[in-house]
Design a protein around this ligand. Structure first.
Ligand code: NAP
Length: 236
């Protein structure tokens, strides 16, 4: 699918960077939206990559971004930017988000980027998605947001933010079906990024190749579903 356009949030590192790379390799136009760029993202610069830097949790800045994109068709919006821990890779979500450690400010920060930004951007870009023949909203969720798969407890704020984002995916799938827009949630696997850590199951290349293949193959009957990177369906 050449000359299609994908907008990826948090494309400066981790899975977002991997997604930007694989879409560029496949000939797509990539719109990377991050709070800052990175040498790795800059190294991908070619005529098909544009980089926008803004505060993804500021709706005024997101509205300005949408104004800049104007009436351009966007085929795929990937709501990828997200956070788990308080700051940095070393701070375990298990220790800071266990029962007995409620921190309202931390919950707000996590919900801000994991839930509020996907909701806001999806609304702001819906006309761009509707202009595509195959508009898709792909929200990177996590198996940690699944009720059915929660066998370990803990990680309250992150789990709740991903469960909440799953809920908006489900409603968008219903509300936007008439406009031909598909909305899904994706679990990327447990991936070797700053968030996933070095000991995670799979590398970024495996995860993004799997996720792209799922996205490429989506049909209307898939809207409102929760897929793993390997194409299997996840339990809510
Ligand atoms: N890695 C895994 O095993 C795993 C598993 C399940 C789900 N996920 C999900 O996959 C997505 C990508 O995760 P990752 O593993 O690539 O994590 P990562 O390497 O930590 O990268 C996180 C990305 O999100 C951006 N971000 C975080 N907080 C932000 C904020 N407040 N405003 C703007 N951007 C923000 C970061 O930008 P900065 O560089 O500016 O901080 C970065 O681009 C997330 O939604 C995550 O929840 C990951």
């Amino acid at each position: 699918m050449s000359h299609s356009t994908v907008l990826i949030t948090g494309a400066n590192r981790g899975l977002g960077l991997g997604l930007a790379r694989i879409y560029l390799e496949d000939g797509w136009n990539v719109i990377a939206v991050n709070r800052s760029s990175s040498p790795e993202l800059e190294a991908l610069r070619n005529g098909s990559l544009e980089i926008h830097c803004c505060d993804l949790t500021d709706d005024t800045q997101l509205t300005l971004l949408a104004d800049t994109l104007d009436s351009r068709a966007i085929d795929v919006l990937i709501n990828n930017a997200g956070r788990m821990a308080k700051s940095g890779a070393d701070e375990s979500a298990h220790s800071v988000q266990g029962f007995g450690h409620f921190d309202r400010a931390l919950w707000h920060d996590i919900f801000d980027i994991n839930l509020f930004t996907p909701m806001s951007l999806s609304e702001l870009l819906v006309e761009n998605l509707a202009r595509s023949e195959r508009g898709r909203i792909v929200t990177i969720s996590s198996m940690l947001g699944s009720m059915a798969l929660n066998t370990h407890g803990g990680i309250y704020a992150y789990r709740a933010s991903k469960a909440a984002v799953n809920a908006i995916v489900k409603s968008m799938a219903i509300d936007l079906a008439g406009r031909g827009i598909i909305a899904i949630a994706q679990h990327p696997g447990w991936v070797q990024t700053d968030m996933g850590g070095k000991g995670a199951d799979i590398d970024v290349e495996t995860s993004v190749a799997g996720m792209k293949s799922v996205i490429d193959g989506l049909g209307p009957g898939d809207s409102g579903k929760f897929f793993s990177y390997d194409g299997s369906e996840m339990a809510w």
